[in-house]
Design a protein around this ligand. Structure first.
Ligand SMILES: [Zn+2]
Length: 149
């Protein structure tokens, strides 16, 4: 019974990741403001909509959203980390560093064991970690015993 109750609860790491997704939106706005660009733009609203959709998918245990969050946030952090040193505006650089930290935090919080258990990524037979068995990550294959779940 305890496992069922804890299985339904959203882990703190995932709540933290959702909070950081919201914070990253504010920081993206901050970068635009610091760069002197007009806000909000169509891109701002698109980003808001996509991030709300992303949070909903995460809370609905979408493994694809989980994978997206881990990998794309790392790529966004790397891309921003590469372009930031070219910024001549120090306030853009400061907000940008905070944004890079936020992206890394989202990826890290989604990678901790509590989050991966929430997305049922551990084999029910041997409790080993699994990997995607299909392109949309609907089924998982155990890396150890090969069970699909
Ligand atoms: Zn297994």
């Amino acid at each position: 019974m305890a496992n069922v109750a804890s299985d339904k609860a959203v882990p703190r790491a995932l709540i933290g990741a959702c909070f950081l997704i919201g914070l990253s939106l504010l920081l993206e706005l901050g970068v635009l403001l610091a760069a002197g660009r007009p806000v909000p733009t169509a891109g701002t609203w698109t980003s808001l909509g996509l991030n709300v959709f992303f949070i909903v998918l995460l809370l609905r245990r979408s493994r694809l959203a989980w994978q997206y969050g881990r990998l794309v946030m790392l790529l966004r952090a790397a891309q921003l980390g590469i372009t930031l040193p070219n910024s001549e505006n120090p306030s853009v650089a400061v907000v940008g560093v905070a944004l890079v930290s936020t992206y890394l935090g989202i990826s890290g919080l989604l990678s901790v064991a509590d989050s991966t258990r929430y997305f049922h990524l551990f084999c029910p037979a041997c409790d080993s970690a699994g990997k995607a068995d299909d392109f949309l990550f609907k089924t998982v294959r155990c890396k150890t015993c090969g069970t699909k779940f």
